[in-house]
Design a protein around this ligand. Structure first.
Ligand SMILES: Nc1ncnc2c1ncn2[C@@H]1O[C@H](COP(=O)(O)OP(=O)(O)OP(=O)(O)O)[C@@H](O)[C@H]1O
Length: 727
């Protein structure tokens, strides 16, 4: 029978015929593999890639969300997977798991998830894959547009894109304002993925002739609620109108507000709604411990000082309601030396300074960042232990965003909210309604250091230094410093004082924020002022209690224009200061007893009030963003620039504002793409922007039709070019 010797026993010899057949089969398989490989190698790169892409695309429909735990479970390109792995991203978060698959299939997506849950990658991965799938090249122009509300957030998104997309051949750019427009305009045309803020983007759409978005494939609106909150509804209308209708849109937000729903309804087509934490018990991360304390306004600075003293090894962010508070308290705390590095981030800094501060804070192990709400949304500062809300946020959503700067991506974090007795009931109620679990804790009086005396003595030291200089005990250079310092202190403390009161006054929710309940004289003393300055707008308000506040399109309170302010005292002080400065600079002596009495002479300066007004509009954002022409008219000439401050870093005094405010250039089209209520801007209609360039006689180049040709000639050396427009 045909039994081989091999099957007959262990010692039997193998059947040579069978072995040969097996070898032959293996050999021919190898040969065919080699042949296929040789064939593959002969194919141009783009064709091989196209085959890979079509294999990946076949798997899109098979994506089963329940089986996804890692990025590699998605049918993603090797380039993206490599980028993710190199950046240490392996496991997916819930929002990534639920949205990436939908976005890969080309759906419009509205994604909402808690802060710190990884929304950035949830849109960056589909953006990279979307363009990869189309074999996009630099010659194809702008393929994806990512719009962020603030420069900081755009910068951060750009950095993540750089990391994750570094193996792709696309060019990416960051356009965020605060930079030379011409410099950006020269490069903008070569960008495939553009990360930008709305104001600057619209400016380029208006002014940069070679810039067009006719070939755009994907639009991403990150922090959509914030974009609208900042008054960019008009700007967004104009931008969207200039984008092709046939595109994929992804919209992400940490909070679900009515305006986000409006935006989604009108800018997305048959979107898939992904709200991963909709059914969650709490709307903040489970790893976030949240408490609040109630204390009097005049105690707050001491509470802050004591907090910092007891968290010297931690990384904390302290949120204030205005730039002026940040500026003054930052400088004061630097001089108080609590024993930890202090940094300040606010909208009045120059853009480069803001980026430096951001990088510096990211790089520090222990530090405290004094910030306005500029830093509240979307910014990802790694390893922040504490978020302290020094001033009550305007609403629960702002609270959630601020607190969300800690406890990010599975890390622990703590949030502490300081409330005034008058704010407690309303705010706590709002937070609980929004499913934010806050508990009250009490201040340990033994651990509370009263800083008021220290603050007073600090200011008195300045006064002393000034007087010594006047008597000629100190050299003139020191005298100049003393005058500068004294002048600075006078101005800054006043601005801080007025701007805080104004911030409370402008808050929409009058059940929480009642300016008439503020202990104003005590607050003034706590800031180091000897007496409380008069606050004229309050006095006027008291005289006209029934005067109605104007409510903007987004239901925010705007102070009526009639409340413009004057101050003889500030003018008097300025004249006095300038006169003394010129005497000192000429080497002369100042007669004794002529010094300006800071505390007694100060009132609510017009200049300070106007600057504060400007600042508050930054906070309200929308008034400026949506009323571009009023921005330029509101801008006060910076009188303080005349003051020869010699040793203070004037960087922080720059009136550089956030993109949302720097909007005097914005020319807005009226068509209301989002259908949002824009009634109040009717008078501000700008001449219609040129529509899609071709109306201007400049024919848009349609790369779409010649993509194949482009790919045919695509040389491998045409590799990844990243243009950091800001550097
Ligand atoms: N899959 C992942 N694996 C590891 N870390 C991740 C992953 N996804 C995101 N992260 C990290 O989690 C942090 C938060 O991510 P991201 O900034 O995208 O959150 P977010 O949801 O946009 O937050 P916010 O609403 O506050 O803007 C970042 O530090 C990011 O690097």
């Amino acid at each position: 029978m045909g039994k081989t010797s091999a099957s007959q026993g262990p010692g039997a010899r193998p059947d040579p015929v069978r072995s040969f057949n097996r070898w032959k089969k293996k050999h021919s398989h190898k040969q065919s593999q080699k042949k296929q490989l040789r064939k593959q190698l002969k194919k141009p790169e783009w064709q091989v890639e196209r085959e890979v892409i079509s294999r990946l695309m076949q798997n899109f429909e098979k994506i089963n969300v329940n089986e996804i735990t890692r990025f590699s479970d998605f049918p993603l390109s090797k380039k993206t997977l490599k980028g993710l792995q190199e950046a240490q991203y392996r496991l997916v978060t819930e929002i990534q798991k639920q949205t990436i698959g939908l976005a890969l299939r080309g759906k419009d997506v509205l994604g909402a998830a808690k802060t710190g849950s990884g929304k950035t990658l949830a849109f960056l991965v589909p953006v990279l894959e979307g363009l990869y799938r189309l074999q996009w090249t630099s010659a194809d122009g702008l393929g994806a547009l990512i719009i962020s509300p603030t420069r900081e957030l755009a910068y951060q998104t750009f950095e993540v894109l750089r990391k994750v997309g570094k193996n792709h051949d696309f060019s990416a750019g960051l356009i965020i304002g605060g930079k030379d427009l011409k410099h950006e305009a020269e490069r903008i045309n070569n960008i495939n993925i553009l990360v930008c803020t709305p104001g600057r983007l619209l400016q380029h759409m208006d002014e940069t002739i070679c810039f067009h978005a006719t070939n755009l494939q994907m639009l991403v609106l990150d922090e959509a609620d914030r974009i609208l909150d900042m008054g960019f509804a008009d700007t967004m209308n104009a931008i969207i109108e200039n984008l092709p209708k046939k595109r994929q849109t992804l919209l992400f937000s940490a909070t679900q507000t009515k305006s986000v729903k409006d935006l989604a309804r009108l800018s997305l087509k048959n979107p898939e709604y992904v709200w991963v934490h909709e059914k969650a018990k709490y709307s903040t991360p489970a790893t976030l411990e949240q408490n609040y304390i109630v204390c009097e306004l005049q105690q707050k600075i001491s509470v802050l000082y004591s907090f910092l003293r007891s968290h010297l090894k931690k990384k904390s962010i302290v949120f204030f309601s205005s730039c002026k508070e940040v500026q003054y308290l930052y400088r004061v705390f630097c001089r108080l030396r609590p024993g930890i590095s202090i940094l300040a981030l606010h909208g009045r800094q120059q853009q480069m300074r803001r980026m430096e501060v951001y990088d510096e804070f990211v790089g520090k192990r222990a530090a405290v960042l004094f910030a306005t709400d500029l830093a509240a949304r979307g910014l990802d500062f790694p390893a922040v232990n504490w978020v302290l809300q020094f001033d009550c946020p305007e609403d629960a959503n702002t609270y959630i965003h601020r607190a969300g700067r800690t406890a990010r991506y599975k890390e622990d974090g703590e949030a502490l909210l300081i409330l005034l007795p008058s704010e407690e009931k309303g705010m706590v109620q709002q937070l609980l309604q929004k499913k934010v679990p806050v508990k009250e804790i009490k201040i340990n009086p033994e651990k509370l250091t009263d800083i008021q005396k220290k603050l007073e003595s600090l200011l008195a030291q300045d006064q002393d230094l000034k007087e010594r200089a006047q008597r000629g005990i100190e050299p003139v250079s020191l005298a100049v410093e003393a005058w500068s310092l004294n002048h600075w202190t006078a101005r800054e403390v006043l601005k801080c004082f007025v701007s805080y009161i104004r911030s409370v006054y402008l808050m929409k929710d009058k059940e929480i924020f009642d300016v008439s309940k503020l202990p104003i004289p005590e607050y003034a003393l706590s800031l180091g002022l000897a007496v409380a300055p008069r606050v004229r707008f309050l006095q006027r308000m008291q005289k006209q209690p029934n005067k109605e506040l104007v409510v903007s399109q987004d239901n925010k309170v705007i102070e009526p224009r009639t409340l413009s302010l004057t101050s003889d005292e500030v003018e008097e002080f300025r004249a006095y200061f300038n006169e003394k400065m010129s005497i000192l600079q000429k080497g002369g002596k100042i007669p004794e007893g002529t010094e300006y009495r800071l505390a007694s002479g100060i009132s609510d300066g017009e200049e300070e009030e106007k600057e504060c007004e400007q600042e508050m509009e930054e906070k309200l954002g929308k008034t400026k963003g949506s009323q571009p022409q009023s921005v330029s008219s509101n801008k006060e000439p910076q009188k303080n620039k005349e003051v020869p401050v010699q040793f203070l870093d004037r960087d922080d005094d720059d009136d550089e504002e956030d993109d949302g405010l720097n909007a005097d250039f914005i020319k807005v089209k009226r068509r209301n793409v989002f259908g949002l209520d824009l009634k109040e801007n009717k008078t501000l209609q700008a001449p219609a922007r040129r529509n899609k360039r071709d109306n201007q006689g400049k024919a848009p180049v349609s790369w779409g039709t010649c993509r194949c040709t482009v790919n045919m000639f695509l040389h491998p050396s045409l590799i990844f070019v990243l243009i950091l427009m800001s550097s």
